[in-house]
Ligand binder design. Structure first.
Ligand code: PMP
Length: 362
């Protein structure tokens, strides 16, 4: 078997090895079905069991109340930047956006094409190194909804508790930290996540939406962009990404087998601490991007004393089987993405490499 290296990519990202093994083993013929999951109809009984099992496991993992609908859509989290305002913005209304990084900015850009956007807070002046305090939020009680990004994948900045928005529906882009810890869905009107970091391969986007919001979708919306139609058709309005949903179903089973979201949170905190401790122990040689109280569990971002050293760090690390550590092209530096499926051994290897790299180059 080809040996696997440690994949620190921000997404698509590492999947649990037992999931890859099971998908491989059953790829040619699903047990009891005799056809590949790549070949079966999305209206077949076999796929029905897969998608329903997926929904049941998602509901179980996060104890999602019955009044929420679970949708499996396409178009990535990026399409949600448009679908959220198209469906939830009241005619002539406005929406509040809290911007803590590059993805939040993109969400604003798309929402502005649909309606009036009010920036309730932005930490751009601080180079997106923190999330705002509740007192900093300039929330409009008449807003159609408030949008924020639970974890900014590029900057590595994560909310530890979600903002309070009173009676105004709260919408979260949870693409890069969904299910990295318990998720109290009842705090939200809608949560969405592109699946290719913590849930599945690319191709499916999870949307969890409170059902009273579905009446807001204007009848004039194209069907594919209308949450109420996807909800009514149970995500089978058109052909869904069958394979991605199948792999998600295996990943959810793995997550349950790992002890669920509480257990996952403990492991993620331990993994992230190994890297933040290495940064903090470096005497300022490694400089963390995020302020301590909003350091991401999933994307650990830091700088070295020079860009040349950063380049050497990335290539030397790759030479030791630690791949994908280059920061996003828009911010530079180093980013270690350590999602749920990323093994602790790989984090330990990176922490060891960091110490050794500093010793050689510091
Ligand atoms: N939001 C966040 C927080 C992300 O990390 C990403 C992708 N990295 C996106 C949105 C866009 O996702 P997609 O590529 O699935 O459209």
């Amino acid at each position: 078997m080809t040996e696997r290296i440690f994949n620190f990519s921000a997404g698509p990202a590492v999947l649990p090895e037992p999931v890859l093994e099971e998908a491989k083993q059953d790829l040619v013929a699903l047990p009891g079905v005799g056809m590949s999951v790549l070949e079966i109809s999305h209206r077949s009984r076999a796929f029905d069991a897969i998608i329903q099992g997926c929904e049941a496991d998602i509901r179980g993992l996060a104890a999602i109340p019955d009044r929420y609908r679970v949708l499996f859509l396409q178009g990535g989290a990026s399409l949600q930047f448009s679908m959220v305002p198209m469906n939830l913005m009241a005619p002539g209304g406005t929406a509040d956006y809290i911007v803590t990084g590059s993805w939040g900015k993109k969400a604003v850009k798309e929402a502005q094409k649909v309606g009036a956007v009010h920036i309730a807070a932005s930490t751009e002046a601080d180079n997106f190194s923190r999330v705002p305090a509740q007192e900093e939020l300039k929330l409009d009680p008449q807003a159609s909804y408030v949008h924020f990004t639970t974890n900014e994948t590029i900057e590595g900045v994560e909310w530890k508790t979600s903002p309070s928005t009173g009676a105004v529906p709260l919408v979260a882009d949870a693409s890069s930290d969904i299910f990295c810890r318990p998720l109290d869905v009842s705090r939200y009107a809608l949560v969405y996540a592109g699946a290719q970091k913590n849930l599945a391969p690319a191709g499916v986007t999870l949307v969890i939406v409170r059902d009273d919001l579905l009446v807001r979708s204007p009848k004039s919306l194209p069907s594919m962009l209308d949450y109420s139609i996807h909800a009514k058709e149970k995500s089978l309005y058109n052909t869904p990404p069958v394979f991605a949903i199948y792999v998600m179903s295996l990943t959810l089973k793995w997550l349950i087998g790992q002890g669920g979201l509480e257990a996952m949170a403990r492991r993620n905190e331990e993994k992230a601490a190994l890297l933040y401790d290495a940064i903090d122990a470096s005497g300022g040689w490694y400089r963390p991007h995020a302020k301590p109280d909003c350091r991401s569990l999933m994307n650990v971002t830091f700088r070295l004393p020079s860009e040349d050293l950063e380049k050497t760090f990335v290539s030397d690390a790759a030479g030791q089987g630690l791949d994908g550590l280059k920061g996003h092209r828009s911010v530079g530096g180093i980013r270690a993405s350590i999602y749920n499926a990323f093994p602790r051994k790989g984090v330990e290897a990176l922490a060891g490499f960091m110490k050794e790299f500093q010793r050689r180059n510091g």
